[in-house]
Ligand binder design. Sequence first.
Ligand SMILES: [Zn+2]
Length: 211
Amino acid sequence: MFLEPHFRGQRSGWIEVICGAMFSGKTEELIRRLKRAKIANQRVEIFKPKVDTRYDDAKVVSHDANYILSTPISHSSELMELSEGVNVVGIDEAQFFDADLPDVCTKLALRGIRVIVAGLDMDFRGRPFGPMPNLLAMAEYITKVHAICKHCGNLATHSYRLTNTPDTVVLGEKDLYEARCRTCYHMGNILDLHSSEKSEKGLKPEKRKLA
Ligand SMILES: [Zn+2]
């Protein structure tokens, strides 16, 4: 668990990054940190890219429907004006932002703002995603959270896409992606075949019982 640093009242800004695969609880962790800051009467603002319209336009929503209101923005430069007088800035789905985001976060931190960024560290090809690698290099604090591999139960670090679409950005949930460990990720669709065989076998006795 991330414990907030303590500066004895001295005003100081910094960057925190929460990264990991899909279904690893990044947004839940972002929400937890922001809610704690709110309880301490700090002024908190949350932003997300306009591209992410999976759940709701104005809310940062995690998979368990625990949410806080956010402002959708189209470019990281908008953060400068929108963060006037704010103590803590939360940014969700940072991988979809433009390449200027790390510099903007640095400027916000220099203003004395605590910047908490959550995002996918790798795309479905297993490559560093958008501005995330630079953010990770420039942040004071990094938390890598893990999902659980659906196939073997080890910690999952990769987001495996279940469809053949070549586009890097395909928004979707459990119907399109699953979290996998490194080994299962590299086994690719061999595992898809295994799991469909297993579920077919599992269904047969049930069917017989019903008949
Ligand atoms: Zn695995």
